[in-house]
Design a protein around this ligand. Sequence first.
Ligand code: HEM
Ligand code: HEM
Length: 165
Amino acid sequence: MTETGSGYSAYQIALHWITAALVLFQLLFGESMTTVVDAADEGQPVSALDQTLGSAHYWIGLAILALVVVRLIMRLVSGAPKPVEGGPSWMQIAARLSHGLFYLLLLATPILGLLAFYVGDPWSDIHSLNKPLFIVLISVHALAALFHQFWIRDGTLKRMLAPDR
Ligand code: HEM
Ligand code: HEM
């Protein structure tokens, strides 16, 4: 992986926050999709709200998949910035590991969602299991970003807010 400059570009920052907002939506309203699927299995009607949120879940999930593919291709082509200087090596390893896990989850979850939608069990259970995995990873990631910015004061959060190139 090529490493570039000291910060993220405007497109990397935009993709980061758009993806974060869409994933948050999926985690908050994903249960409507479960309601829609369960109701279809049992031949029961669903509310218009669950129907709408269920459709949104499908299309937003596919949008996340498309965005992460674009993001990974651009990352391979134009590289990622070097880690912020000065931290111990375990911290840099932890950052790389958690970012790698994010990309894995961002790719696997929509694909498992497609399998859950078109095939059903056991993919539905595996897809739903990604919810707690995402919640744990996002919490650790956000706390780490805040810790870097406000405790270590190394500008980590700022570089995901203000473009460098
Ligand atoms: C990153 C993208 C996605 C995230 C974070 C996500 C998250 C979730 C969550 C939190 C639930 C509710 C689980 C529960 O009831 O406890 C769910 C259910 C579901 N999602 Fe997704 N989802 C994503 C993408 C997709 C996509 C692209 C599809 C299909 C095209 C999909 C299809 C489904 C289905 C069918 C269910 C119901 C599973 C069941 O019957 O238990 N998801 N998803
Ligand atoms: C669903 C939510 C989120 C996802 C999926 C996500 C994903 C990612 C990924 C994959 C990277 C690595 C970018 C790269 O180098 O290619 C990253 C970096 C970063 N994220 Fe997030 N993120 C989320 C939420 C947040 C939140 C809530 C914050 C702030 C509180 C945050 C702050 C940052 C910062 C500061 C970086 C840059 C780290 C560095 O410079 O090494 N992220 N995020």
